[in-house]
Design a protein. Sequence first.
Length: 345
Amino acid sequence: MVDERRTIDLRSDTVTRPTAAMRAAMAAAEVGDDVFGDDPTVNRLQAMVAERVGAEAGLFVPSGTQSNLLALLTHCERGDEYIAGQSSHTYRYEGGGGAVLGGIQPQPVELQPDGTYDLHRLATYVKPVDAHFARTRLVCVENTISGQPLPPAYLPEIRRFADEHCLAVHLDGARLMNAAVHLGVDPIELARGADTVSICLSKGLGAPVGSVLCGPAELIERAHRWRKVVGGGMRQVGILAAAGIVAITDHVDRLADDHANAATLGDAMGGIEGVEVVAVATNHVFVSFAALDIADLNGALADRGIRVLGDGRAVPMRLVTHLDVTSDDVASVARAVAQIVADRG
Ligand SMILES: *Cc1c(COP(=O)(O)O)cnc(C)c1O
């Protein structure tokens, strides 16, 4: 049922629409052929994002998936192996790109509840140098993971581990800015120790498209070649990078609003009979429902213009706050859920 009210879309922070300021910046963007390195707006964005994470160079790419793929292709060769969390994006949600396109074998490892590896266990997955085994080359970490920031002391530990085992470190920091804002630390502190860092502009930062892969100039040069190979060389793409510049300039500090809205939503949902708040982490709220028929609940929410993901039973319902969700919106969502629960009870 479609009505006059606007939709409150809590499925992901990828659903945001570009702001008026972004559209104005896009319309006015100075552009050039970025395959020749001629686009001044892309060059500016790459330098800005690299600086924000303390890296030498950056590469603008169409998606976080491509950014992670380029990292795998840059760090590993055919017959090599990368380690990633069982639930990490690089292993689970990217179509097996490293294996499909790079002949790179994944070694998934179960993560602890806080999203970290148990380093003793991790060591058992690093293969000996022996013709029987793939060559373990890279360990991937993700921050935030399921909305949860990693402990700030963790990446230095991973760096030490990687050095002991001659591995590179890739940080999938799709939502690294959420972690930095939540912890009140400079993102440089959270990126230190990683060889490469991927930052998504199209999640909480609200740009319509794009990620930036950051690292030492020599690695980014190699990633640049792979970007061309996988078809990610775009031309007058400053038109998109301009939105990214607005995102990285104006939309980092305001992530605190999304986190506050998520906390408010979590509190309100926790007060509703039959609703269990499984976790609240940065801009993510996970809830499950003891007794409700979930298809019925989702239908009733959709009737009220509220969109959510997950079945709320086997998979907790995931509610994600973002640029297009206001504090009034989260209050409306909690009221709607309470009303639906009361009606069914
Ligand atoms: C969304 C996401 C990606 C992939 O980004 P896309 O732009 O959707 O391809 C990678 N890693 C993490 C942790 C993400 O949340």
